[in-house]
Design a protein around this ligand. Structure first.
Ligand code: A3P
Length: 328
């Protein structure tokens, strides 16, 4: 019989034996570490990262809670900082790679597969681009005094929940269109309950968001807090804000030549979701790239959540964010 913890280091085994644990709505055992829930393998990856990651001054980390617009922000950040390397629109890496391949996750990819991954092989060098769903507390340990930049995207909690539900449906093969069948509706209920209790991978959402919100207030030069809704409403303003933060602002000439709009168009949901790679490709774990692109609408939750659900989740979020100055 295989010991379920046999792949873990002694340090991780000892850590998890001391942490609170619970089971999420999919039956996975999660452990609460620094206020957020992770499974044992991700915890091992976080410890690997904490111990072995050597930051470079120019590193950029795209951070988010799952389903908040990560794929979009990865694409925008990659296209922005690499624009001088890929001036031709015909051969841009985003046309042949999914954004998740170009901006790998620290704890869900690099440090999950190896305790000391070879970071010279990451797709983007100087600056290197990484991503994470870890809370800011877990991320910042190995960054120490490094001046690297973190860009965080948050999104309305109800849209995140519905997006997560549709993502899970697409993974289990339900297409998300037409009438909601019993299986889908049960899954929505279960996800809703797990959202409200906070026990879910990388959750509670409010802890994740608040950690970066506070990080951005304390250190605005190194942590940028963005919102999916603002990116949708005023993409030109927001991408220029991102470019300034990353110290690669658009020149007047670039703006006059349509450089801002070219990046927005390249990274648009319509463009990315229509590319062959994103229609047919898969992550190494088997998840189809197309699952990361759906409607991209603000307020889509209204089509799926009952008024009771809305009321309950709004009350919880309001209470959790009280006093923080943040509204979601
Ligand atoms: P919906 O499910 O509401 O459509 P993540 O990238 O964090 O997994 O989030 C996925 C959500 O972002 C999905 O939302 C998806 O449609 C949306 N999305 C993906 N790529 C996008 C893009 N280029 N522009 C806008 N939204 C995008």
């Amino acid at each position: 019989l295989k010991d379920e913890n046999e792949d873990l280091s002694e340090e991780t085994k000892s850590l998890i034996s001391s942490l609170p644990s619970d089971i999420d709505c999919s039956g996975t055992k999660l452990f609460k570490y620094q206020g957020c829930w992770y499974d044992k393998d991700i915890l091992q990856a976080i410890l690997n990262f904490n111990k072995n990651f050597q930051p470079q001054e120019t590193d950029i980390i795209v951070a988010s809670f799952p389903k908040s617009g990560t794929t979009w922000l990865k694409a925008l950040t990659f296209a922005l900082v690499q624009r001088s390397k890929h001036p031709s629109e015909d051969h841009h890496p985003l046309l042949s790679h999914n954004p998740h391949e170009l901006v790998p996750y620290l704890e869900l990819d690099l440090y999950l597969k190896s305790s000391k991954p070879d970071l010279t092989k990451v797709p983007s060098s100087s600056p290197r681009l990484f991503s994470t769903h870890m809370s800011f507390h877990a991320l910042k340990v190995p960054l120490k005094e490094s001046p690297c930049k973190i860009v965080y995207v948050c999104r309305n909690v109800k849209d995140v929940l519905v997006s997560l539900w549709c993502f899970e449906n697409s993974i289990i093969g339900v297409d998300g269109s037409g009438d909601i069948n019993q299986k889908e509706s049960n899954l929505l209920e279960a996800l809703f309950e797990s959202f409200c209790s906070g026990v879910g991978l990388c959750g509670p959402l409010w802890k994740n968001v608040l950690s970066y919100w506070r990080g951005s207030l304390e250190d605005p030069k190194h942590v940028l807090f963005m919102r999916y809704e603002e990116l949708k409403a005023e993409p030109r303003v927001q991408i220029k804000r991102l470019a300034e933060f990353l110290e690669c602002p658009f020149t007047k000439e670039e703006e006059d030549n349509g450089g801002v709009d070219k990046i927005l168009e390249l990274c648009s949901l319509r463009n990315l979701s229509g590319l062959e790679i994103n229609k047919t490709g898969k992550l190494s774990e088997g998840v189809s790239f197309k699952s990361f692109f759906r409607k991209g609408e603000v307020g889509d939750w209204k089509s799926y959540m009952t008024p009771e659900m809305e009321k309950k989740i709004d009350m919880i979020v309001e209470e959790k964010l009280q006093g923080s100055g943040l509204k979601l």
